[in-house]
Design a protein around this ligand. Structure first.
Ligand code: SFD
Ligand code: AMP
Length: 652
């Protein structure tokens, strides 16, 4: 094993994960840091030009307010999350997001314009973009602002370090180079965790030949949650996963199809489950008040789909792309040439939607000879993801802005610096923040800006550099390299695994002394799928299954100390899985805590099949983790509605 060298980096503000939130943070922090003579550093586990969820590009900006008010947006988000969101966080992003979108356009992001030069909307809140290079464009802006000397790529941050004199204050972070023997020790006054959501905690529908394909990026491994949780920050809504309904196998998003192309979806025998669900006496009326008003919340759209598939056995669900395209093209009238031209344009837009953001869906269509203008496609509820920025809500419990609070909420939702967690100097944004859902790419960028500005203010107010305990650093350094050591020590005590002439591709190791990262992820996925409401259990769980999962996770956690890595790349895989296991346990405990079914279509508590508005409609499920004792404490925090909503503002 090669000797690891330590690289020490001292800075004022560290941005961990320059995805959408982190690039927004970089641009904003650089501005305020310059005014205050401070240093900003960015660290990414990958290369920021294509890192994170937007690496493949996107075809829409899903949050743009236009002329709508923050209360309008709040009405939509609160409805979509079945009443459960932090009004202050949602409205805070809403009031700033237009500016962020205009900044992106100025950086060179092509937003679709109509003949009059106005933005082309997909729906009320969404804009269509030519977004293949979206991430490269915002990354370039952040690089220019922060300066290349202050950007560190391909370093995986695995743990935060606390102030040795104040365990409620962050002081540093530790990570390693994913391509060579280097450990990075960061020392700073404040940091922003924006390392994305968590994918592959649950068993994906894509297994075998399709393994690795997911809707959200497989390289989002739960680091945001791990870093904040293990630092002792209070977490919130870790039970609220997002199950996107997606084109089967390629995970192509449906938004453009439902909103822009106005497609409908039916069961296999043609039942329009969304239309009928809303009709008088339909299923949605069992979920008042959220099921009774349009737009149908995302989880309830799933719920209706699941009834058709799993209760009635009337799958697959079909999205009628052909009918939608034909209807739009028919606007061209009887002129055959105009109709053909309209069809060509729509066909191109249909393919571009996927080529801009989910290329594998386009490849799958091509390889299966699917012509969207000729016939329907299957859609499916996918596996659960942890994503605080879309229609899920998991993440850190953070301070909100001071000016949007009521007297009552201010005591619970504000503690000095916007988007600071309950640990001093530790800020969060994007997928890392709980209960501020539906911010998507543009809102995440905006939240990064909000958090970065507040963090610089915190640094100006707290200029002393904190100190961490060097003995703790040494302990973590030893733990980092342990998987490489395990492999070296035990690699010969095995039947398969090392590359040989006969087996040039190393086969998965079977070894009594260690466990490979692939084995960990398979075991984790199986536990979560079967006991914590994955697709394999048709999204059902109960206190019995959740407790079984906790027992199995305990055993898995013991085995994590036996992880082995054959290369630096596998060392990354080991640590990603350690992060995944942490969010898996937090999620299971949160699900157990909330004794109701609030988001049918995301998961069902079969022992509490209904919403309990009296008890759970008024609180957030929060938790604090004690890393020394390896113990979670569950907390119910009050859910205040800061604004009375009289009318839910729709989608189109
Ligand atoms: O249609 C570490 N999203 C969509 N948003 C939109 O606005 N429009 C769309 O059309 C969207 N759709 C969509 C979307 C995502 C995906 C994958 C598809 C389709 C196929 C959602 C947005 O992408 C999402 O909301 C934001 O990107 C969230 O931003 P953020 O910053 O919270 O996460 P990130 O961008 O993934 O960045 C994470 C960064 O952290 C790094 N990282 N660095 C160091 N150490 C570690 N341990 C780290 N772990 C992670 C990553 O490398 C990355 O830089 S549609 O489906 O809705
Ligand atoms: P998606 O492509 O599914 O990620 O969706 C993109 C945006 O469109 C999100 O704001 C979704 O909530 C919204 N959306 C997708 N499908 C529908 C639908 N059938 N009805 C209302 N909104 C939708």
């Amino acid at each position: 094993m090669e000797e690891f060298k330590t690289v020490e980096v001292t800075t004022d503000f560290l941005i961990i994960g320059p995805g959408m939130a982190g690039t927004g943070a970089g641009v904003e922090a650089a501005h305020w840091a310059k005014e205050n003579n401070l240093k900003v550093t960015i660290v990414d586990k990958a290369a920021m030009e294509r890192s994170g969820a937007v690496g493949m590009g996107l075809s829409a900006i899903n949050q743009y307010q236009g002329e709508n008010s923050p209360v309008d947006y709040l009405s939509y988000v609160r409805q979509d999350l079945m009443g459960c969101c932090r009004d202050d966080l949602v409205m805070d992003i809403s009031r700033h997001v237009n500016g962020s979108v205009h900044m992106m356009e100025n950086y060179g992001l092509p937003i679709w314009l109509d003949a009059d030069g106005n933005y082309v909307h997909e729906g009320r809140w969404q804009l269509m973009i030519n977004g293949e290079s979206y991430k490269a464009i915002v990354a370039e802006a952040a690089k220019n602002a922060v300066g290349m000397d202050n950007i560190i790529e391909r370093v995986f941050v695995l743990r935060l370090l606390l102030d040795k004199n104040d365990k409620k204050k962050v002081a540093g972070a530790i990570g390693f180079n994913v391509r060579g023997p280097e450990i990075y020790v960061f020392k700073f006054k404040a940091c922003l965790v924006c390392a994305g959501g968590a994918v592959h905690v649950f068993k994906p529908r894509s297994t075998g030949e399709g393994l690795g394909r997911a809707w959200y990026p497989p390289w989002n491994a739960g680091s945001s949650s791990y870093l904040t949780t293990t630092a002792g920050a209070e977490m919130s809504s870790q039970e609220v996963v997002f199950i996107p309904g997606r084109y089967k196998d390629g995970y192509g998003p449906v938004g453009a199809w439902f909103l822009l192309f106005k497609a409908t979806a039916t069961s296999a025998t043609g039942f329009n489950y969304m239309g009928e669900g809303l009709a008088e006496g339909g299923e949605l009326h069992n979920w008042p008040p959220y099921g009774e008003v349009k737009p149908i919340p995302t989880c309830l759209r799933n719920h209706l789909m699941m009834i058709e598939m799993f209760q009635k056995g009337d799958g697959p669900i079909l999205i009628h792309t052909d009918k939608a395209i034909a209807k739009l093209a028919s606007a061209a009238g009887d002129d055959k040439k105009a109709y053909a031209k309209a069809m060509k344009k729509l066909e191109a837009e249909a393919w571009e939607d996927f080529l801009d953001m989910t290329i594998s869906q386009a490849i799958l269509w091509a390889s299966k000879d699917v012509f969207p203008e000729e016939g329907p496609s299957e859609i499916m509820p996918s596996e659960p993801y942890f994503i605080g920025s879309h229609s899920g809500a998991s993440g850190a419990w953070t301070s909100g802005p001071e000016d949007i609070q009521t007297e009552e909420s201010k005591k619970e939702y504000f503690w000095g610096y916007n988007r600071m967690t309950t640990i001093k100097g530790l800020f969060a944004a994007g997928d890392a923040v709980g209960n501020s859902s539906h911010k998507f790419s543009s809102g995440s960028f905006t939240e990064g800006r909000i958090a970065a500005k507040a963090a610089i203010k915190y640094i100006v107010d707290n200029p002393e550099m904190p100190e961490f305990d060097s003995a703790e650093v040494d302990k973590i350094k030893e733990a980092i390299v342990l998987p490489l050591k395990h492999y070296e020590e035990h690699k010969n005590y095995t039947t398969m695994g090392t590359a040989t002439k006969k087996y040039p591709q190393p086969v998965e190791e079977v070894n009594p002394n260690f466990i490979t990262p692939k084995m960990v992820i398979f075991r984790l996925n199986k536990i979560m799928d079967e006991y914590v409401a994955g697709c394999g259990s048709q999204y059902n769980c109960s206190s019995i299954t959740l407790n079984i999962a906790l027992d199995l996770l305990k055993l898995l956690k013991e085995d994590l100390s036996k992880l082995a890595a054959r290369s630096y790349h596998e060392l990354l895989r080991c640590w990603e899985n350690i992060h995944r296991v942490q969010i898996a346990e937090a999620h299971t405990r949160h699900k157990l805590f909330r004794e109701e079914t609030r988001w049918p279509g995301y998961y069902y508590r079969t022992d509490f099949r209904k919403m309990d508005n009296e008890k759970w409609g008024k609180v957030f499920a929060n938790s604090v983790y004690d890393a020394e004792k390896d113990e979670f404490t569950m907390i119910a925090r009050p859910l205040y509605h800061l604004v009375e909503i009289t009318k839910v503002v729709g989608m189109v």
